[in-house]
Design a protein around this ligand. Structure first.
Ligand code: PGA
Length: 250
């Protein structure tokens, strides 16, 4: 019912020429793969350089962030309107944006709404810290982030949103959530969506992210409420990322 969706978050890695080379290799490694949606999210400066190489491929482009205002005096920011026609997806509220750059649920919500209004698809990231996890607050955090991030997102638009559940303690640590825990958290998020959106919750893709590798992808992606993965470190390696994509293909 939901097409699996694997997105590679390259973070602040790869020069423009390295990004072009990686996309070329990925295209070759993934040609002929079907039954899965695929996106790569290089740094802004590489987006227009990698774009031509992706023509005719099933790999879509995403951005790692954007600002919600349409234009103006916001030094260093990139408007969603500037990304229109280049990317299909925009990652919003990644935990590194929240923790290092102070993004709040209210800001995340403004960005999600602006991405949808521009006709693009947000990947809204949520997830608890290690301290929150150990204090038994995970569900309260996920409930708050899901609710506050999706204020005023209508029933007509909710299926355009991908939610990425990324426990912060699992990101870049090599310590992924167990498939069972990840499934339970993703099912909890879907239950929150169901309270607000009814059966449309079944159309929303929920990714797991946090130390997804070629070795653990199969088990994670086999779970009923895990509809894909947001992949950081392993998305920078052709072999690993293509193995994860192939593990998701239905
Ligand atoms: P990781 O990052 O796969 O390197 O843990 C995931 C993410 O931050 O999206």
């Amino acid at each position: 019912m939901r097409t699996p969706f694997i997105a590679g978050n390259w973070k602040m890695n790869k020069t423009v020429s390295e990004a072009v080379a990686l996309v070329d290799e990925l295209k070759a490694a993934l040609s002929g793969v079907s039954g899965v949606d695929i996106a790569v999210c290089p740094a802004y400066v590489a987006l227009t350089s990698v774009k031509p190489g992706l023509a005719g491929s099933q790999i879509k482009l995403g951005a790692q962030n954007a600002y919600y205002e349409p234009k103006g005096a916001f030094t260093g920011e990139v408007a969603i309107s500037m990304l229109t026609g280049i990317v299909d997806y925009i990652i919003i509220g990644h935990s590194e944006r929240r923790q290092i750059f102070g993004e709040t649920d209210a800001l995340v919500n403004k960005k999600v709404l602006a991405v949808i209004a521009a006709g693009l698809q947000p990947i809204m990231c949520i997830g608890e810290t290690l301290a929150e996890n150990e204090a038994g607050q995970t569900e309260a955090v996920l409930e708050r982030q899901t609710r506050d991030g999706l204020v005023n997102v209508s029933t007509a638009d909710i299926a355009k949103v991908t939610v990425a559940y990324e426990p912060i303690w699992a990101i870049g640590t090599g310590r992924a959530a167990t498939a069972e825990d990840a499934q339970n958290r993703c099912a909890f998020v879907r239950a929150q969506l169901r309270l607000k959106y009814g059966d449309l919750a079944d159309q929303v893709r929920i990714q797991y992210g946090g130390s997804v590798t070629a070795a653990n992808a199969q088990e994670l992606l086999g779970k009923p409420d895990i509809d894909g993965a947001l992949v950081g470190g392993a998305s920078l390696k052709v072999g690993d990322f293509s193995a994860i994509v192939k593990a998701a293909a239905r």
